[in-house]
Design a protein around this ligand. Structure first.
Ligand SMILES: Nc1ncnc2c1ncn2[C@@H]1O[C@H](COP(=O)(O)OP(=O)(O)OP(=O)(O)O)[C@@H](O)[C@H]1O
Ligand SMILES: [Mg+2]
Length: 286
């Protein structure tokens, strides 16, 4: 096809040899299938800031580490330079997330670089070599739904162990390669440790996926994985291979105040006894 304007610089640099076809045009980006030498890859062209929507909201940016202090000061002030730096940080975050997650063993498209607002990455295909469908376009048996939900949960746990929460996880941002679910679309990924809304976002991600898979396996609606994962994470007990049960018991045990007071009284009495004995001994010595 004719080379889109935004891809021209990458063609000029020899990073892309041919643009084959345009995939869906999402809210945030246009996605193309491109040829790089022998490889067929995926090129995600991010829209300009003003054309984009909610994901740049403050909530998502919070806690993101900005290593360059001059840049973070500029971003805080709303100067034009600051806005440009903010835009760059936003765009880089999907590439950062892809590298971090790939390193953590999460199945995401392999990233091949980020140039001029274009992310080059692995094109996810299905078993027949066609571009992989989104989960929304796939149907499963109840058994498959349970199996793939378990896989997605394990990926969410691995992400969280790597410090990240997807933040926009749903059947529209997970592809199916015929074997396993592949998570995509990460520019809004949030920093789990530094973000006050982290728990809420994790629960929303997990519950979105639960609701999707429950279309095929309704009993999944009874599970409580989101709360279980967060409780393990918060108490420092979450590991990439944590075994999950789907059960979560809220600690509703109310302290029995009378019992606590009785224990304190006993301790006090014992102490008085002890002191009386010591003084008694001292008296005997005289
Ligand atoms: N690596 C990939 N391999 C195959 N298809 C992909 C890949 N990345 C994206 N796509 C396709 O392009 C679509 C849009 O990609 P993505 O979700 O990353 O962009 P987006 O503009 O943020 O989307 P939206 O805002 O609609 O969620 C996906 O739904 C998927 O069909
Ligand atoms: Mg998307």
């Amino acid at each position: 096809m004719k080379i889109p304007k935004r891809l021209q610089p990458l063609v000029d640099d020899g990073m892309i040899d041919e643009v084959l076809v345009q995939l869906m045009s999402g809210k945030e980006a246009q996605v193309y299938v491109v040829r790089c030498g022998e490889q067929v890859r995926c090129a995600k062209v991010f829209k300009e800031a003003k054309q984009r929507s909610f994901k740049q909201a403050v909530q998502y940016q919070e806690g993101r580490k900005e290593r360059n202090s001059r840049r973070s000061r500029a971003m805080a002030k709303k100067t034009r330079y600051g806005q440009k730096e903010q835009e760059k940080a936003w765009l880089n975050s999907e590439v950062d997330a892809l590298y971090r997650l790939a390193a953590a063993g999460v199945r995401v498209p392999e990233p091949f670089g980020f140039v001029d607002g274009v992310l080059l990455m692995e094109l996810i295909n299905d078993a027949d070599g066609y571009t992989a469908p989104r989960l929304d376009d796939v149907t499963f048996t109840p058994e498959q739904a349970r199996e793939h939900y378990a896989t997605v949960l394990q990926e969410v746990v691995r992400m969280l162990c790597a410090g990240l929460i997807h933040g926009d996880l749903s059947e529209f941002n997970v592809l199916f390669d015929g074997r396993v679910p592949v998570i995509i679309d990460l520019p809004q990924a949030v920093d789990a440790a530094g973000n006050n809304a982290a728990q809420e976002m994790l629960e929303r991600d997990v519950d979105n996926m639960r609701d999707y898979f429950a279309r095929y396996a309704p009993e999944l609606l009874e599970t409580q994985y989101a709360k279980e994962i967060w409780a393990l994470y918060e108490s420092g007990q979450l590991h990439p291979d944590s075994e999950l049960t789907g059960q979560f018991v809220l600690d509703t045990h109310i302290a029995d105040v009378d019992e606590v007071l009785a224990v304190i009284d006993d301790a006090e009495e014992e102490e008085l006894d002890r002191q009386a004995r010591i003084h008694g001994d001292e008296d005997d010595d005289d």
